[in-house]
Design a protein around this ligand. Sequence first.
Ligand code: DGL
Length: 286
Amino acid sequence: MQQTSNLPIGVFDSGMGGLTVLSALHSSLPQEHFIYLGDTARLPYGTKTRETVIKYAEQAASALVARGIKALVVACNTASGIALPALQKRFAPLPVYGVVEPGAIAAVHAASIAAIGTSVVVLATESTISSGAYQKAITKLAPQIRIFGRACPLWVTLAEMGNRDANLTRDILAHDIRGFLQKGPCVFLLGCTHFPVFSQALAEISSTVTVVDSAATTAAVVAEKLKTLNLLTNSLLKDNLLVDDLLSDAKQGQTLYLATDGAARFKQVGGQFLNCALDEVELVDL
Ligand code: DGL
């Protein structure tokens, strides 16, 4: 039987956005295997009701759990903000990690090293903004920080269509953030995993703002937690000091990509999110 620590880590999002988190996970945990699921048939999650987001998140998670995973990363702010407790309860004792708390850590850190009085502007989906998840997570870490929220419903579609560099995209980004550029120093927190593809464009629209997202902090949290749980690949074997297993440390992990619709588009556009070409994408039904 396969060691639990050698099973893949499951990662899901409503679409390709979670690939920005997967990219950070690849960097932090290069030896791990991953199964990534993009629920492209039902995207966007960010305009759906709470009940629907929980149902979709549970179905996506179930599909990954059925393939055998050692941990689950909810690489979607909308699902993390709304469905994380339900997923943790339903799939216990499987470790389930979200992106909202790590995103809040990144924003608070950026604000703390910026000018005094720097506020945080959360740019996210409608559901994430109305859930108040980021407001709660940031206030818990730094109650003094002023927080603004802005729903950016068009951004997910623009990102998913691969329109990262279009002039119309820049106009929409500029329109949505313009009001905050007058409010004094601020950190823009990309509270949707689709949005990091716009980091460059946002920096060009305003060279004075700081833009952060949850990808790197999520990967750091996941790496730390899996280490504590002794769930890193080969970690159990390494403790037994088996030579073969030590040699296998050098091996690069594999990633399996699943999508519920549009596998060809996923493969073609996914590279913008992952920062490298994608392997084959398998079509699945939830
Ligand atoms: N990428 C997802 C998030 O982080 C949501 C996009 C959507 O489906 O609306 O919120």
